[in-house]
Design a protein around this ligand. Sequence first.
Ligand code: TYD
Length: 230
Amino acid sequence: MAKPTVRGKFITFEGLDGCGKSTQLEKLATELRQHGIDLVTTREPGGTIIGERIRAVLLDSRTAGLDAHAEMALMFASRAQLIAEVIAPALEAGQWVLCDRFTDSTEAYQGAGRRLGSDAVLQLHKVLCGGLWPDLTILMDCDVNSSVARARRRNQAAAQETSDENRFEKESYAFFTRVRNAFLEIAKREPQRVVLVDARPRLEIVHPQIVRVVFERLMEKGFAFEGAHL
Ligand code: TYD
């Protein structure tokens, strides 16, 4: 009889814009692949052809008039497509999925930043994303000032090529403070899933901390990495 496939692990990265999450996600992916883990990396909003089209609408500075509820609905539209097309099939096939942002971002940005509330976000998640939650979420925390400054520098460089700016990064200090506090609240509410990582040190210092968290958390759940040295 064929051995049933073990479901893959689902890891998400969360945090303010410009906190180094995408770089850390890629470094973790490289590390896990070296341990023989078959995985896919993806991002939100986006990650599918349809999702990338939704992303373009969401991030385009020309859609400044987008209603907050419409914005939240589009975030979930992109997510539902990503789950159906990428995340669920990969997990079922035993692959791991590393995703740059997920529903915690909607709770932080739309729920708190745009003040739509956590309940609305969690209810939509239930309807549109089923029971899918990450096995582990790495929340990269840094202060609002340095996050905004880093994101702006990155944006200005990109804007020279694309002549556009990310709509979110035009937001105020107060907006990002609400977003950061919401992330911290989620980490407090769900310590079994969300691990807070200080994003301020250099990336070579943060990376091994993330690797350790992944090993510890997923080993606790009965998973052993082949050849892992803790
Ligand atoms: P992106 O350029 O990918 O930023 P980052 O590299 O910081 O992730 O832009 C994604 C933006 O979308 C980011 O500002 C956060 C925002 N966002 C939401 O507001 N709600 C969401 O549910 C998601 C997934 C992202």
